[in-house]
Ligand binder design. Structure first.
Ligand code: ADP
Ligand code: ZN
Length: 740
């Protein structure tokens, strides 16, 4: 729709900013369309925005003009903008903020110039010109900023202008360069032989067959529906996704599959590539901005059949969407915890409704919210109750650490049953997983004489001791301090390590099993690029006997040699001040247990705990999700927690403790005076459980009630009541997961 209005509405990535009106200069008359990116002036900067509408009249006089149009075709279609508007409305954010979260970084910034070597010039102006030209030809395409850093204070800009005039270098728009390159790569691929079976697809089990058959019509003809695929670990859910995607591909449509953290599942990518060779694009934060842009562009132009990605991929610019799959839909990494705090799974369902395609939410341990939706009929429940080839579920034993005299959690990390099972498994040549959801060597260092504990100076958190780096670290802000010999408080040499993490577990295992090949996977061992995949590949190939790790090892892996899983201390997640603590514990135990016995050999799981009577262990032990759900929802209903009531978490933070506290009290008072369409509870204000983070003090207010409209109305009032741009900032989190 090309029009010739005199003004456009542009969404710019600024907090709580509604779209702004800009004038259309004559030069751009008729060239702008909804969904194109433009460069616009905003205070004293120029920012990239997206055209979201047209206006004949401007509401105010003297508006500024659009500076430049960045696209020559529409990149963001109507359904995409609808999804963004929905998210802005629901998560109490501006459209610009949602666009900032939805678009890859390169698309959000003014595309920068790239300098490339063109040809040797006949003459050069001086030695600096020579040096700069040499640098460009040596480095390959580079940016003016990088050259300025290389030749500080020497007027590189003027040099580049001269070199460009002489034809020695070319200056070009980085994004346009990528577009051209991506276009070149989009060559028609030879059609696969008609009728050929998709590579390597197994014969489906009866249950898989039934699930696919019941979705057949939606997959062929489209139409919105949400299916909760509840299938035990190893029941072949991934195979169901693959065949559903294949069906959609045959209709000439594309599929989007979301996974918790894509880097954690190289196996899934292998399987996707195996089935859809050359037709898979991935989007996740581990890619460089240029890679991300390239994948994004291929998706936007329909060059792939399958898009896989982490939560932000819910905004992937797929045009002919025929299916959305959310794998491990219960996973907390779908929740964005900064900026616009959206939930990738929930937005996936909204997107399915907007475009009119089916959505599959898959899990062995569904979220209480999704299971409730399936029970109430909003979602359709489909189940896979057995592992493929009728393999047995792993046997789960609960070991009570309390009843073993002289063996507290701190000294004997491994109970006799776990230790002997480990030794036995090693002798059999099978693999063992050891899980503990805490990294580091000791949870903290404490003085045995005066009780002093090392704390982060920036956060109200104790520091975790890491032996390998002989330092203590803040796991929230990264603060590091070398280990002291003496207590800084009393001077005694009586510092003691308290608590334990995965590093300590690995250390103990090396002592106990000197012949075993032991690996560790946690954030410390995987910080280098590619390290995680390297560890996983050697685990997959059987080059490791024991793999120790945090929740990174609990997800999605399918390694046939694993027959033993040990959970060192299952309670760590139970004691958090979080109404989902039991759900999280049940899920992680079931998921990590599900890694065992996936091939011919049956699996065994040993769970060590100090509270063996807790209901989440009873139900996890017998793989009984419905019973867990029944017990859990009993508590939730009684206490008025989701899914029976809804929450909005409101936080104020700032550098001045008194101002934050006063601001929170004022806000709570003002909110209590609001007239509401339905009753709500306003809890607080109170200091957050983590009262200080990165030198900012934190207070919170919790809004709770049955009526979503009333909750959102109150959340919007909170936003209106706290002035923007002050040092005390407001954060609104709708359907919060992390309230620490
Ligand atoms: P889930 O995602 O439910 O944990 P997967 O899809 O990973 O399960 O399947 C578990 C294992 O069984 C995988 O190794 C997979 O290749 C295999 N598998 C899946 N479906 C079948 C089938 N119909 N026949 C044989 N093997 C299968
Ligand atoms: Zn800190």
């Amino acid at each position: 729709m090309k029009t010739n209005p005199r003004f456009v509405l542009v969404a710019v990535p600024a907090p709580l900013q509604e779209p702004l009106t800009y004038a259309v200069p004559d030069a751009l008359d008729g060239r702008l369309e909804v969904g194109m990116r433009v460069l616009v002036p905003l205070s004293r900067r120029r920012v990239t925005g997206v055209v979201v509408g047209f206006q004949r009249e401007s509401p105010v006089a003297g508006v500024k003009a659009v500076a430049e149009v960045l696209d020559d075709e529409v990149l963001l279609d109507d359904a995409f903008l609808k999804l963004c508007r929905w998210a802005a409305d629901y998560y109490v954010a501006s459209l610009g903020e949602v666009l900032a979260a939805a678009l890859p970084p390169l698309l959000r910034t003014e595309s920068r110039l790239v300098v490339a070597f063109a040809r040797e010039p006949e003459a050069l102006h001086g030695t600096l010109d020579r040096e700069v030209l040499d640098a460009v030809s040596r480095r390959g395409p580079t940016t003016p900023a990088a050259l300025s850093r290389l030749f500080p204070r020497r007027g590189v800009k003027a040099v580049l202008d001269r070199l460009a005039t002489a034809g020695a270098v070319t200056l070009e728009d980085r994004l346009r360069g990528h577009v051209r390159e991506a276009r070149r790569k989009r060559q028609p691929r030879p059609e696969k032989t008609a009728g050929a079976a998709p590579g390597g697809a197994p014969v489906l089990t009866g249950e898989q067959e039934q699930v696919l058959r019941s979705m057949d019509q939606r997959l062929r003809q489209g139409g919105f529906e949400t299916v909760l695929l509840h299938g035990v670990t190893g029941s072949g859910k991934t195979e169901v996704y693959l065949q559903a995607m294949e069906q959609v591909r045959r209709q000439g449509r594309q599929s989007l599959i979301l996974v918790p953290e894509i880097a954690l599942t190289p196996q899934l990518l292998d399987r996707l590539e195996g089935r859809f060779p050359g037709d898979v694009a991935v989007l996740h934060s581990g890619l460089t901005p240029a890679e991300r842009w390239r994948h994004w562009w291929r998706i936007a132009h329909g060059a792939v059949k399958v898009v896989a990605g982490a939560r932000s991929a819910v905004f992937a610019p797929v045009r002919k969407l025929g299916l959305i799959v959310v794998d491990e839909e219960h996973d907390y990494s779908y929740k964005q915890e900064e900026g616009v705090r959206y939930h990738g799974r929930d937005l996936a369902v909204v997107r399915g409704r907007i475009v009119g395609c089916p959505v599959i939410l898959g899990s062995a341990t569904p979220s209480v919210e999704s299971y409730q939706n399936a029970r109430s009929g909003r979602y359709r429940m489909l189940e896979l109750t057995e592992r493929v080839e009728a393999r047995p579920m792993p046997r789960v034993e609960i070991v009570d650490l309390k009843t073993r005299p002289g063996q507290t959690a701190a000294d004997g990390l491994f109970s006799p049953p776990l230790l002997s099972a480990l030794k036995e498994n090693l002798e059999l040549g099978h693999q063992s997983l050891i899980f503990l959801n805490r990294r580091g060597f000791a949870s903290f260092l404490q003085c045995w004489s005066c009780g002093f504990v090392f704390r982060c100076p920036r956060c109200s958190i104790s520091l975790t001791f890491h032996l390998g780096r002989n330092s203590t670290f803040c796991h929230h802000c990264g603060f590091r301090q070398r280990k002291a010999e003496a207590c800084p408080e009393c001077g005694n040499l009586s510092l003691t390590e308290v608590g334990f993490g995965t590093e300590r577990i690995e250390h103990e295992l090396r002592r106990l099993l000197p012949k075993a090949r032991i690996g560790r996977m946690d954030r410390d061992t995987t910080s280098a690029r590619g390290a995680q995949e390297r560890i996983f590949r050697s685990w997959e190939k059987g080059e490791l006997d024991v793999l120790v790790g945090t929740q990174m090892i609990a997800k999605g892996h399918d390694v046939g040699g694993v027959t033993l899983v040990g959970v060192v201390l299952a309670d760590s997640s139970l004691n958090l001040p979080d109404f989902r603590a039991a759900e999280k514990t049940f899920q992680i135990i079931s998921q990590v247990a599900g890694r065992a016995g996936r091939a011919r050999q049956p699996g065994r799981v040993i769970v060590q705990t100090l509270v063996p009577g807790h209901y989440c262990f009873d139900h996890a032990q017998i793989h009984d999700y419905p019973s867990f759900f029944a017990t859990e929802t009993g508590f939730r209903r009684e206490l008025g927690y989701p899914p029976f009531q809804h929450l909005v978490h409101v936080r104020l933070d700032g550098a001045d403790e008194d101002k934050v506290a006063a601001g929170a009290r004022d806000l709570a008072r003002a909110l209590r005076r609001e007239k509401l369409p339905a009753p709500l509870e306003i809890l607080g204000p109170a200091p957050s459980p983590i009262a200080k983070l990165r030198n900012r003090y934190r207070w919170q207010i919790l809004l709770k009630g049955r009526s979503r409209p009333a909750l959102l109305a109150l959340a919007r009032r909170a936003v209106a009541l706290v002035p923007k741009g002050r040092t005390t900032r407001l954060h609104v989190d709708v359907d919060p997961y992390n309230m620490l």
